[in-house]
Design a protein around this ligand. Structure first.
Ligand SMILES: NC(=O)c1ccc[n+]([C@@H]2O[C@H](COP(=O)([O-])OP(=O)(O)OC[C@H]3O[C@@H](n4cnc5c(N)ncnc54)[C@H](O)[C@@H]3O)[C@@H](O)[C@H]2O)c1
Length: 282
């Protein structure tokens, strides 16, 4: 008798959970993997068996991350690159020619604050180059090099692009809105070539970057500090998230657990976007 489950697959075809979540024999490139969310993603992907390519502007940090990944018995390549420069991106892909990654995570970004009225050309250009243009060129290189094989792309958005909470982040907000639009365009255009392209949309996550932002706020801008308090007030879970909570969702998007997910914006914000303002006590 043929046993059919709810997935409408023959029992004999059903892949085990362990296999679905595994990244064994896959290679994953993670940008901004020297700190914060990128570093946490590197840890989870290594635990799932992926060989890694760690890319960051800070070489010392990725070297430290590599040391800590020793326990997982995976290969780890390191590349120092300033992703705001398209020539550094091209040279990175040139070096990887023939051994391109199966999975690309565009995570690196900066979030300096500046009042909208004080933003000048070099400042805006820097933020857009690091946060948006780099993602554009990284995706183009990935898709060009794997047009016949396909692959997985995970880009990092932000709830800030949907619901601006902090003052002085208009340049960041438009960069992340661009990343989200680009991801959906690529998912639509290259699905038939075997690419799945999704966006993680984190809420407030404690990382070195957000700690620096809080320090900056204490010195200069009370508005940013207040927004951290407001974040916890509004959040149904009443707290900031941690980097590993984003990394776990990245793992789901990277592996075959999400084989039918593309063009999706996956919000990891403790319910922040769906909550009514100040409806909860802390
Ligand atoms: N932390 C949050 O609350 C939060 C919320 C929403 C979205 N995000 C997004 O998640 C991602 C990671 O954020 P995070 O808080 O872990 O950041 P982080 O500042 O802690 O780490 C960012 C990493 O990117 C690297 N980097 C910065 N500029 C670079 C460049 N030009 N070239 C190469 N590497 C560069 C840094 O050296 C660092 O290792 C970002 O895309 C951020 O916008 C974070």
């Amino acid at each position: 008798m043929l046993v059919v489950d709810v997935t409408m697959k023959k029992k004999s075809d059903q892949i085990s959970l362990i296999k679905l979540i595994s990244l064994k024999n896959k290679k994953a490139l993670i940008t901004g993997s020297g700190a914060g969310i990128g570093k946490a993603i590197a840890h989870r992907f290594a635990e799932a068996g992926a060989n890694l390519v760690l890319v960051d502007i800070n070489f010392q940090n990725i070297a430290k991350v590599k040391e800590n990944l020793g326990q997982f018995n995976v290969e780890v390549e390191l590349y120092k690159a300033d992703l705001s420069k398209s020539e550094e991106i091209n040279s990175l892909w040139e070096k990887m020619k023939g051994t391109e990654p199966d999975i690309l995570v565009n995570n690196a970004a900066i979030y300096p604050t500046k009042s909208f009225l004080e933003v000048d050309h070099p400042f805006l250009e820097r933020v857009l180059n690091v946060n948006l243009n780099s993602v554009f060129w990284m995706c183009q290189n990935m898709i060009k090099s794997r047009l016949k094989k396909g692959g997985v792309i995970i880009n990092m958005g932000s709830i800030e692009a949907v619901l601006p909470l902090k003052e002085g982040l208009s340049q960041y907000d438009i960069s992340k809105a661009g990343v989200m639009a680009l991801s959906r365009a690529l998912a639509s255009e290259y699905g038939r070539n075997g690419f799945r392209v999704n966006v993680l949309v984190p809420g407030g996550i404690w990382t070195q970057g957000t700690k620096n932002l809080a320090k900056e706020a204490m010195k200069l801008n009370f508005g940013v500090l207040k927004s951290g308090f407001e974040y916890r007030m509004r959040s149904p879970l009443g707290r900031m998230g941690n980097a590993d909570e984003v990394a776990c969702m990245a793992l789901v998007l990277a592996c075959d657990l999400s084989s039918y997910v593309t063009g999706a914006l996956i919000v990891v914000d403790g319910g922040f976007l769906s909550a009514f303002l100040f409806s909860k006590k802390i």
